[in-house]
Ligand binder design. Structure first.
Ligand code: DAH
Length: 477
């Protein structure tokens, strides 16, 4: 049994996006809660890198603790959308590690599956493809920068790549180590043991190279399990840039290939930052990503603070070798569109990107953008409705790791959807005698569109409390 695709077409309404943890960490957030799972690529440099072959680096996943024994499996499978444009560019060869059939079910009773209805409903919105949406506006501003700098269509844009990818594509193909935290079910949405909702646009690098692309931009929706606040949403949008160099290019320039790639990369991205932010101060910070060496982050000084704009670097040769391009060099970059749009248009809450409220959508028009937002109409908040705070105290389960902050956030989102603004730990203590740990979380409910009634909130909170017991195994206090 499959959820009909018409459901997706009908639900082309609200949703939101999320920022790469590395990027979003810049938003100041009071935190009492344990630090979020490390940003996917921010942990210590792993060694050795896995070989990027299909059969290697297969991680053993435990059955999903979130959808474990305490919960009946989903009665239905939900299918992913199949608009014709989502057809994979690669030939449908089932032995090819990237190939996921577009009819793949996204929610199944597979023990590794941790995709919720709330996430499923967001697939196919393609906010980045809407010309009058802030994300579509920023995307086309970036694309026109590449056209202006390198010539019309020198960089080919891809914005309809299929969101369900193999773990090979998402992790192995870009050299993410087998034991890396980003592979955990706490951080990534698994369809089954070998299939995920992509957690970054880099998942398409090798696939595009094998398909013959040499200079390209990839924009898409990406998915990560995460905490809840004004700058984080489990679905968000990224853009990836990739540029391959021929040996003649560095020979003619009389330069080392890595130096040439790094220099051109920096020049290109400084130009992009100017195109977006105007004449701002910038700085390069050394970074680490599994797929590039050297790696950098670009920061700009904007409205009184240093702001991380993107990550980038010179592509690891292993990736080019795997693509049959061992004699070439390349650079790559990745950026979060929500992050840029929030800063440039003064959008205060990430949930607004998914709003179908005319008071939001009417404020954005294709072609409205001006560098740095100077002389540009910014977002005018229409009104802020009152928040409603609910605290819940509970004992953590004695055994197992079924309770994590990300799992709690999934429970809350599945009940309250976009009505939840923040979930934060406000108290924690240990009862040594009982051998138990108590947590108190504050859940902030607020609608972007209207006032919520007490009854409505109380019934949401009751359902959250019930689900915490049945799905996460906590004992309410
Ligand atoms: N994939 C990275 C992320 O999601 C972003 C990124 C960083 C992409 C550096 C790149 C790159 O291509 O070179 O955080």
């Amino acid at each position: 049994m499959c959820r009909p695709l018409a459901h997706l077409a009908m639900s082309l309404r609200p949703v939101t996006g999320w920022l790469p943890a590395s990027v979003s960490a810049r938003f100041p957030r009071a935190r009492v809660s344990p630090p979020r799972a490390p940003a996917p690529w921010s942990s210590a440099r792993p060694s050795p890198l896995p070989s990027p072959s299909w059969s290697s680096a297969k991680v053993r996943l435990e059955p999903n603790p979130f959808f474990g024994k305490k919960r009946a499996p989903y009665p239905q499978h939900r299918r992913s959308p199949t608009p014709p444009t989502l057809a994979p560019k690669v030939p449908p060869d089932p032995s090819f590690p990237y190939y996921i059939h577009p009819h793949t079910d996204v929610i199944t009773s597979d023990p590794h599956n941790n995709v919720t209805d709330h996430i499923f409903e967001k697939i196919g919105y393609n906010l980045h493809k809407r010309p009058d949406h802030p994300l579509g506006i920023i995307k086309s501003v970036i694309e026109s920068y590449f056209d202006e700098k390198y010539g019309q269509d020198t960089f080919t844009s891809y914005d309809s790549l299929y969101p369900v990818v193999s773990t090979y594509a998402n992790f192995d193909s870009v050299l993410v180590p087998p034991d890396h935290v980003s592979r955990s079910q706490n951080d990534t949405y698994y369809v089954d043991e070998d299939t995920v909702l992509r957690c970054h646009t880099s998942a398409h690098q090798l696939e595009m190279l094998k398909d013959g692309a040499r200079k390209f931009l990839v924009t898409c929706d990406v998915y990560r399990r995460d905490s809840i606040d004004a700058t984080h949403f489990p679905v968000f949008h990224q853009m990836e840039g990739f540029r391959v160099f021929e040996p003649t290019e560095w020979e003619e320039a009389g330069k080392d290939s890595v130096d040439l790639a790094a220099e051109e990369l920096k020049d290109c991205l400084e130009g992009l930052a100017k195109h977006l932010f105007g004449d701002v101060e910038m700085r390069w910070v050394d970074a680490y990503f599994p797929f590039t060496e050297p790696s950098f982050e670009l920061e700009i000084f904007f409205k009184g603070e240093w702001l991380e704009v993107l990550g980038c670097g010179v592509t690891e040769m292993k990736i080019l070798e795997e693509a049959g391009l061992a004699d070439k060099r390349a650079w790559a970059f990745g950026l979060g569109l929500e992050r840029l749009a929030m800063v440039l248009f003064d959008i205060p809450d990430i949930r607004l990107f998914w709003s179908d409220d005319k008071r939001f959508s009417k404020q954005f028009k294709e072609g409205m953008f001006k560098a740095g937002g100077v002389d540009m109409q910014k977002f005018k908040p229409y009104s802020k409705f009152p928040p409603c705070l609910k605290d819940v105290s509970f004992w953590l389960p004695k055994e197992g790791d079924g309770f994590t902050e990300n799992n709690l956030c999934e429970v809350v989102r599945d009940v309250a959807g976009s009505l939840v603004e923040e979930v934060k730990l406000i108290d924690e203590f240990e009862n040594k005698k009982k051998g138990l740990t108590s947590n108190c979380y504050r859940i902030v409910y607020r609608s972007m569109e209207r006032s919520l009634t007490d009854d409505e909130i109380n019934s949401l909170q009751e359902r959250v409390r019930d689900d915490m017991v049945s799905k996460l195994g906590v004992e309410l206090r």
